[in-house]
Design a binder for this molecule. Structure first.
Ligand code: 5RP
Length: 224
């Protein structure tokens, strides 16, 4: 029986086949992506570099000798490779468990193809069991909490060591429980309109086109 860590390593390795030699690859954030970054080191001399979705991934990439470009200094990327907290049957995802959702969405939007790498525990029929991360400007927190309450969601500020988590962008994260997200595209559009919301962790507009799913029987390729 493979451990969850081994399933993550499996899909991290499998994602290499989507990296286009000579080009810049978009790199996400999280423990599954960390496995991909380790695997990417084996072809670092065959890629131009990476655009990274977090300070944490940037540090890992640079430590392995992979050049990291500013998103503003490059054009469209061929592929973005990232994990997910949940992924449904259409490639829509919940992301942001690692608080990097805003930069993740930016790099995903800059890429032609989103390849999601995940172990099979992330595959769901309906999004929403995993608390939905939302990056908010601190001044708007309580207002946004009330807006979620009106939708039946219980939002709370993500805290670490007794203090609100501060993102790479200097903002806070709300985690919203109790939502059953049957219309990811519609809900993402709605929440995007709320003043003070920087990014909602529903990735429907930036959904995955491919998911490499780690299972005990091997890597399954899902196409959406
Ligand atoms: C970070 C993310 C991650 O992709 C998501 O949390 C999955 O992480 P992991 O691979 O560690 O399970 O969205 O903001």
């Amino acid at each position: 029986m493979l451990t969850q860590d081994e399933l993550k390593a499996q899909v991290g390795q499998a994602a290499l086949q989507y990296v286009v030699p000579g080009e810049i690859v978009g790199v996400g954030t999280g423990s599954t992506v960390n496995k991909f970054i380790e695997a990417l080191a084996s072809m670092k001399d065959r890629i131009a570099g990476a655009v990274s979705s977090s300070e944490a991934s940037t540090q890992r990439l640079q430590a392995l000798g992979i050049r990291v470009f500013d998103a503003n200094d490059v054009g469209e990327l061929a592929v973005y490779i990232d994990g997910a907290d949940e992924i449904d049957g259409r490639g829509c995802m919940i992301k942001g468990g690692g608080a990097a959702l805003t930069r993740e969405k930016i790099v995903a939007a800059q890429s032609r193809q989103f390849v999601c790498i995940a172990d099979e525990s992330k595959r769901v029929a309906v999004l929403g069991n995993f608390p939905l991360p939302v990056e908010v400007i601190p001044m708007a927190t309580q207002r946004v909490v009330r807006q979620f309450a009106a939708l039946g969601g219980q939002a709370s500020v993500r805290v670490r060591d007794g203090r609100p988590v501060v993102t790479d962008n200097g903002q806070h994260i709300l985690d919203v429980r109790g939502l059953e997200i049957r219309d990811p595209l519609g809900l993402e559009s709605t929440i995007n309109q709320w003043p003070g919301v920087v990014t909602v962790g529903i990735f429907a507009h930036q959904r995955a086109q491919v998911c490499l799913l780690g299972t005990p029987q091997g890597v399954q390729t899902l196409k959406f």
